[in-house]
Design a protein around this ligand. Structure first.
Ligand code: G6P
Length: 480
């Protein structure tokens, strides 16, 4: 079958489709695909990605009007490019070294090879003068590779995870190659402004490019480095949360928990960046200290399985399960464990019901690009009830300022905030929740995609000579 073509091409490590029980493909309900669906349809767009796991042998296909081009990756490439370079090197390095990154040359070689596969596929799929939008840390070399093959394209890149400070990034043996890879884009998008400024600082320092505010001058080209905080489909999720089925299920969940006064909830991929241990410790200590009565509380922790072949993910699972066992063993009674731990993924309906059933959502990552769980919780609280405990180190903290902001490393601080959120009046909680809901409603996933694509469509490819003159004048002052 020939490759599908279109004037808008999304390139991401993952495909936006899942297989249902009947084995048929469906677009997955994730935010990115929802946001990009209208653009993809309008431009007969193509989504290029890896089908994951052991799903080999698929040619291009269409699902619900969306053209999908699966990229095939060998078992060794999965081990080196995905488990290795992406999740054993870049993920921990970009998340503030919460775990120790490994630097392995064979991983890097596979990363280059797989990035080239994605770039070649994009080069074949994009129509003349089309747009290609590349997603995330697994594909940082694709922008430059694609530009070389197809200089006619508008190329955007968005990094969904944090971009680290210079002092950490410099450890990477392939630091210059990554910077050059990203500079192949016309716009390099980040979740937070400090990601964009870290990047600009690095390209000045390592590659000697001049910069002026969010502009980087690369030969005859100009690249913009800006922040575009990602969001969710507010309307769709709120509608789901209001449905009778979800409301009924939420009541059922509370009843199954014994209708305690306070239901606390954590929802994460089981990842060492998420601060799950810290929040469970804080919760357990509140009971031990006698500040909170076991009868009054239940903590539900959903930890969805993730990257299970990577050693550090196996370790974090063991660690968390030990803590859950210890806390439940020490403090629980028959039929009443303090922590309900679920190592599983659930459909959106069940997640919406959990968000509705909870009183306090506990989001405590040690580092996180955005954290959409925080935004999902707020979206489901259409009656302005509930409290959000949110780590200062999540990108979402820039926007959800009315949350109870916490430093997840500070267990006493975490305990105090958890306790305070239980004591806060419904009136005060409602004031906070209204503010947060307005923020997410006004800055939903459509607004995010529109802002990025509008900038990309208008990206000045020609160099703005005034800005370049300013950059020259400021260069010395800017340097380290
Ligand atoms: C994070 C990354 C995504 C990734 C997702 C799930 O959100 O930014 O790129 O797809 O985690 O991880 P996985 O390794 O299963 O794709």
């Amino acid at each position: 079958m020939t490759s599908p073509t279109g004037s808008f091409v999304v390139v991401a490590n993952r495909l936006p489709v899942d297989r249902g029980d009947d084995n048929a493909w469906r677009t997955s309900p994730g935010g990115l695909v929802t946001a990009l669906e209208p653009v993809l349809r309008q431009h007969e767009g193509v989504w290029i990605g890896w089908p994951g796991g052991h799903l080999q042998g698929y040619g291009p296909f269409e699902v619900q009007g969306l053209s999908v081009l699966p990229i095939h990756i060998s078992d060794e490439e999965v081990a080196y490019y995905y488990d290795g370079m992406s999740n054993g090197t870049l993920w921990p390095l970009y998340h503030d070294l919460v775990a120790k990154p490994s630097f392995r040359r064979e991983w890097w070689d596979a990363y280059v090879r797989v990035n080239r596969k994605f770039a070649s596929a994009a080069a074949e799929s994009a129509e003349q003068n089309g747009v290609a939008w590349i997603q995330d840390y697994q594909l940082q070399l694709v922008p430059a590779m694609l530009r070389e093959l197809r200089p006619d394209l508008r190329i955007g890149f968005f990094l969904h995870i944090p971009f680290p400070p210079m002092e950490l990034f410099l450890q990477l043996p392939w630091r210059d190659e990554i910077l050059k890879g990203l500079l192949g884009a016309d716009i390099v998008g980040f979740q937070r402004p400090n990601g964009a400024s870290n990047f600009a600082r690095l390209v000045r320092h390592r590659l000697g490019h001049k910069t002026h505010r969010d502009r980087i001058f690369v030969g005859e080209r100009e690249v913009a480095a800006r922040s575009y905080p990602i969001s969710i489909d507010f309307k769709q999720l709120e509608t789901l949360a209001r449905s009778v089925e979800v409301q009924t299920r939420a009541k059922e969940i509370r009843a199954e928990l014994g209708n305690p006064r306070h239901v606390l909830l954590g929802v994460d991929r089981l990842d060492y960046t998420k601060g799950i241990r810290q929040r469970l410790r804080a919760f357990g200590e509140l009971i031990v200290d006698g500040r909170v009565d076991l009868e009054d509380v239940a903590f539900v922790q959903v930890a969805s399985p993730s990257r299970e072949r990577v050693g550090q993910y196996q370790e974090v699972r063991d660690d968390i399960e030990r803590w859950v066992g210890r806390i439940n063993g020490d403090l629980g009674r028959i039929g009443h464990p303090p922590i309900h731990y679920l190592h599983s993924s659930y459909p959106r309906e069940e997640m919406a019901a959990l968000y509705r059933a909870a009183d306090i959502m506990v989001v405590t990552p040690l580092a996180d690009g955005m954290n959409l769980v925080a935004k999902e919780f707020v979206t489901c609280r259409y009656d302005n009830t509930g409290a959000l405990l949110l780590s200062e180190f999540a990108g979402a903290a820039d926007e959800l300022k009315q949350a109870f902001l916490v430093n997840p490393h500070d267990i006493n601080g975490l305990k105090d905030s958890m306790w305070r959120s239980m004591q806060t009046s419904p009136r005060e909680l409602s004031r906070r929740m209204r503010g947060m809901r307005k923020q997410v409603r006004d800055h939903d996933i459509d607004a995010w995609a529109e802002a990025f694509l509008r900038d990309l469509a208008g990206a000045e490819l020609a160099v703005d000579t005034d800005a370049r003159a300013d950059a020259d004048a400021n260069a010395d002052a800017d340097e380290l």
